[in-house]
Design a binder for this molecule. Structure first.
Ligand SMILES: [Zn+2]
Length: 71
């Protein structure tokens, strides 16, 4: 699985989004993910975390920008 981003000391794997995404490609857990948020200089990115194996994925979902009031 391709690692797509490194932020400080964290590493994230790519989470392909194609239709419904509720299965972890690393361990096969099928009941969805936890979501956390990572502040970047000009936007906020969501990080998807498998509750079973704790792998962190970057689905490349941008949630908000500075101009929209996220601080
Ligand atoms: Zn997993």
């Amino acid at each position: 699985m391709r690692r797509i981003s490194d932020t400080m000391d964290e590493k994230f794997l790519e989470l392909p989004v194609d239709g419904r995404v509720d299965t972890c490609p690393q361990c096969g857990y099928t009941t969805g993910f936890h979501v956390s948020f990572l502040k970047q200089p000009s936007f906020v990115k969501s990080i998807v975390i498998c509750p079973e194996c704790h792998t962190r994925f970057d689905a490349n979902w941008i949630l908000a920008s500075e101009s929209r009031g996220w601080q």
